[in-house]
Design a protein around this ligand. Structure first.
Ligand SMILES: *[C@@H]1O[C@H](CO)[C@@H](O)[C@H](O)[C@H]1NC(C)=O
Ligand SMILES: *[C@@H]1O[C@H](CO)[C@@H](O)[C@H](O)[C@H]1NC(C)=O
Ligand SMILES: *[C@@H]1O[C@H](CO)[C@@H](O)[C@H](O)[C@H]1NC(C)=O
Ligand SMILES: *[C@@H]1O[C@H](CO)[C@@H](O)[C@H](O)[C@H]1NC(C)=O
Length: 422
């Protein structure tokens, strides 16, 4: 297959830096030393793996002093999001679908009759460096006594489940659990006193789609300035992974409520999607600024998860979608419909000038090649398909969500990389 060339890698620079330890960090010093002593070598090793061939700088050699994952500011390094997919049967998949009991039936493609496994065998290869291999033990040690929370929509839930699957392989039976409390789902690794959590908030702001189970409303509406409605449940989290995108894509203007959802006569304005989305992004950043300490915590933002609902977009036969697709798109410049470009621009604008660093997981381009990786018809259906649907599977294929194991494991490998190499 042709190489997928997406972006040139940026100039190499120090990936691990010497971080000063201000006095107020003292409470976490024990943790830092613990990690540095036990895992310093591994942290250094990642540096080398990610590093283009050149001698290590003093700062890199002194990586024992580096904070395990908190950062003061963004640094430049290899662009891990520009690259190509490489088939790698020896290291993929990371786990078997049948070995991870936490995958919801909407994502278990093999159990729902998907005939091929090809989509599980791809590894992301950045142009300028290689990703460190995902180390579940190291990740759990890093999360010891900490909370990691994914916040957003069902795509973020998929990434959350992928992370749980990646980690749970090294946790014995009885030392792990998964519980749901309304909008919050919590996976606990007991021996590590660590939790990996998912919080349902598809717009991040308060909306009329906030019920974690019954959220399919036809007339979506978000409330301006309401981030604390959900944000109060995110306080104290050490690593946050946000996403929000799909629910804004109504194809219409977005209804933005100025009053309360309890008002009998709703006071709302209709804004272009980009403006409403920018409002939510800014609220998210402001919330992070108030509630997240960049010296001790991390905030990630996952960009738009692409859809493959119209095969004409990639030069396929009209009327098709991701149904029956088992190969990826080979055009390295493939992007998909333009509407997502304007959202990406908003993300770039808002996150380009934040005070609290938000690490971008720019998964859009690398995922846009993967028309083969969706759940399609191989999932638990909300309603059993009708005879008409069964006769025309394209009509009910899900070309939004992704099979697990699969693409979203790569998103977490990128997260893992960025956690140690801001
Ligand atoms: C994974 O990390 C653990 C803890 O840091 C370390 O002991 C182990 O050697 C690592 N495994 C690999 C394959 O690098
Ligand atoms: C467990 O982790 C929480 C943070 O998630 C922390 O507040 C608590 O002190 C930890 N407990 C123990 C026994 O380490
Ligand atoms: C699925 O695609 C293959 C070629 O990739 C084709 O031979 C087959 O007829 C298709 N099946 C359906 C049901 O469309
Ligand atoms: C994400 O990557 C794409 C190309 O891979 C690029 O066009 C876009 O600007 C990036 N987004 C941001 C916000 O940097």
């Amino acid at each position: 297959m042709k190489p997928l060339i997406t972006a040139s890698s940026s100039s190499p620079s120090s990936l691990l830096r010497k971080a000063p330890l201000p006095p107020y960090l003292f409470p976490s010093l024990a943790f830092i030393l613990f990690v540095a002593v036990l895992y310093g070598e591994n942290l250094c090793m990642f540096g080398q793996q990610l590093q283009p061939t050149r001698p290590l700088s003093r700062a890199e050699k002194e990586c024992n002093e580096a904070l395990p994952f908190a950062i003061g500011k963004e640094e430049e390094g290899c662009d891990i999001f520009g690259g190509r997919w490489v088939r790698d049967e020896s290291t993929r998949p990371h786990y078997l679908e049948s070995q991870c009991p936490y995958i919801q039936p909407q994502l278990t493609c093999q159990a729902h009759g998907r005939p091929d496994k090809e989509y599980q065998l791809w590894r992301w290869q950045p142009h300028g460096c290689s990703l460190p291999s995902f180390n579940a033990t190291l990740m759990l040690e890093t999360l010891r006594g900490k909370r990691m929370m994914f916040i957003g929509d069902s795509l973020n839930r998929g990434q959350f489940v992928s992370m749980v699957c990646l980690l749970q392989t090294v946790i014995p039976e009885g030392a792990k659990s998964m519980e749901t409390f309304g909008s919050l789902t919590v996976f606990t690794a007991k021996d590590y006193n660590a939790t990996i959590e998912f919080y349902w908030a598809p717009f991040l702001l308060e909306s009329n789609s906030d019920n974690a189970i019954v959220h399919r409303v036809s007339d979506r509406m978000v409330r301006k300035g309401s981030i604390n409605k959900h944000g109060k449940h995110w306080r104290g989290v050490d690593i946050i992974v946000f996403n929000t995108y799909l629910w804004w894509m109504t194809g219409m203007k977005m209804k933005v409520l100025r009053g309360s959802f309890d008002d009998e006569v709703k006071d709302f304005v209709e804004l272009p999607t980009e403006d409403a989305y920018r409002m939510a992004m800014k609220s998210m950043v402001r919330w992070a600024q108030k509630n997240m300490d960049p010296k001790k915590t991390r905030v990630f933002f996952v960009t738009m998860s692409p859809l493959h609902t119209k095969s004409i977009e990639w030069g396929g036969a009209p009327g098709g979608n991701c149904y029956n697709e088992t190969t990826m798109i080979e055009d390295p410049n493939y992007w998909g419909p333009d509407c997502s470009k304007s959202i990406m621009r908003v993300i770039g604008e808002v996150l380009g000038k934040t005070e609290v660093p938000v690490t971008l997981l720019n998964i859009t381009q690398l995922s846009s090649y993967r028309k083969d990786a969706h759940t399609s018809i191989h999932k638990k259906q909300w309603h059993p398909p009708t005879p008409e649907q069964l006769a025309n599977p394209v009509s009910y294929a899900d070309c939004v969500h992704w099979c697990l194991p699969g693409l979203q494991d790569t998103w977490n490998e990128l997260l893992f990389t960025k956690l140690f190499h801001p």
